[in-house]
Design a protein. Structure first.
Length: 113
């Protein structure tokens, strides 16, 4: 399986995907319709190894109480998992209003697991 970064809204196999989400796909899937069309148009691109450490809003939304707005704010502020972990839960809770220490700890635990 290879990680692919989606740059547009799309549906695939009954699931909805937003820009910035990562799809794990096998070559056969990528080389057939409809994904092949997305690749050809540049809407679906293969991720480099370094990009896999980038924070993704969809992952952060797995924490109860973290919706799209908070997730985007966290991603905009920290960009990578490394920077978020380096900042730590206390800084995260101080920098992002509405994210208390408990939620910040959950977020750090989620991205490091």
């Amino acid at each position: 399986m290879t990680e692919w970064l989606l740059k547009t809204f799309t549906t695939y196999r009954g699931n909805f995907y937003r820009p910035g989400e990562v799809m794990e796909l096998i070559d056969k899937e990528v080389n057939s319709y409809p994904l092949k069309a997305l690749v050809e148009r540049g809407h679906l691109v293969r991720m480099e190894a370094s990009e896999s450490l980038e924070l993704r809003p969809r992952v952060l939304e797995e924490v109860n109480g973290i919706g799209p707005t908070y997730a985007e704010e966290i991603v905009d502020r920290y960009r990578t998992i490394e920077k978020l972990v380096e900042a730590g839960a206390s800084e995260l809770s101080e920098e992002i209003s509405g994210v208390d220490l408990e939620k910040a700890e959950e977020i750090i635990e989620l991205v490091t697991s």
